[in-house]
Write a protein that binds this ligand. Structure first.
Ligand code: SF4
Ligand code: SF4
Length: 271
């Protein structure tokens, strides 16, 4: 394992985990309320499912046929075996994993669309590229799997923000900076939460993003009317938030919002 991937992002702790590469958010309604309810229902049904290949196949078909049509990225699978795992079903995870409730160490992932090898070995770009300090800060600022999974795959978005913080500090962030103060946790948490509350998001753009490197779905550029010259310094953040600005004043407002959060985080580290 290389240095940057030494922090485990997928099942990080008791309540923080991610299922983005299994298509978690690639559904018609990717709201937290809907995903929590959908995952709970299928987990409860899976608990009643005998662990045989036929029964599990049948379960997968039943779940797939009940899913509303029209997922945002049609060529990107949404796995019917994503559910809630952990003693109290407190985080998202794979129902077919050998350690999931009821599987008694049998790995059933071979029955999935991608197959067991892909499920076991795939790691997203953030896993390979993000600095450990950034990973640890995101983990320390995250309180729930829903928002965590939406942001952790946004490599450029996170690198751009933490890069701004580093400029303000005049040094690189280190793993020690992941011991967050109350103000630091709030500043980073507010930044991550922009994924859900960004006022400049274009209408009807999906919350899910496509981070695979096969070029099937190109990322949308941010729209900057009246802006001349090179893209703004925060372009990577604005793109990840699917921004469509109406005028230069909105670009300035957006920049102030993000810079304010970067400044608050940097300030919390000057102790
Ligand atoms: S998207 Fe990345 S962090 Fe999330 S489960 Fe997949 S590999 Fe892990
Ligand atoms: S079977 Fe594979 S794709 Fe489906 S939830 Fe498990 S790990 Fe993800």
């Amino acid at each position: 394992m290389d240095k940057a991937s030494a922090v485990h992002l997928c099942q990080a702790d008791g309540s923080i985990s991610c299922g983005a590469c299994c298509g978690l958010y690639n559904v018609v309604d990717s709201s937290q309320k809907n995903l929590e309810s959908l995952l709970l229902q299928r987990t409860l049904l899976f608990e009643q499912t005998p662990r045989t290949a036929d029964h599990i196949d049948d379960f997968g078909r039943k779940i797939k046929s009940a899913m509303p049509r029209g997922r945002p990225y049609k060529e990107f699978h949404h796995c019917p075996f994503l559910g809630l795992v952990g003693e109290n079903r407190q985080r998202v995870g794979c129902l077919l994993h050998p350690l999931s409730n009821g599987n008694e160490n049998t790995d059933w992932r071979g029955l999935s669309w991608y197959g067991a090898l892909a499920c076991r070995t795939y790691f997203c770009p953030s896993h390979h590229k993000l600095a450990n300090s950034y990973k640890l800060i995101v983990l320390a600022a995250s309180d729930n799997w829903y928002l965590y999974g939406l942001v952790i795959t946004e490599t450029d978005f996170l690198e751009c923000f933490f890069g701004q913080v580093e400029k303000l500090l005049g040094r690189e962030l280190t793993q020690n900076d992941a011991t967050l103060t109350k103000d630091g946790k709030k500043a980073v948490g507010d930044f991550l939460n922009l994924k859900l509350v960004w006022p400049f998001r274009r209408k009807n753009s999906p919350l899910a993003h496509y981070f695979f490197s096969d070029g099937l779905y190109a990322p949308l550029p941010a729209i900057y009317p009246g802006h001349k010259g090179p893209a703004p310094a925060l372009d990577a953040i604005f793109r990840a938030l699917h921004s469509e600005f109406k005028n230069r004043q909105e670009i300035k407002q957006a920049t102030d919002i993000v810079e304010g959060m970067a400044g608050a985080f940097a300030k919390s580290l000057c102790r």
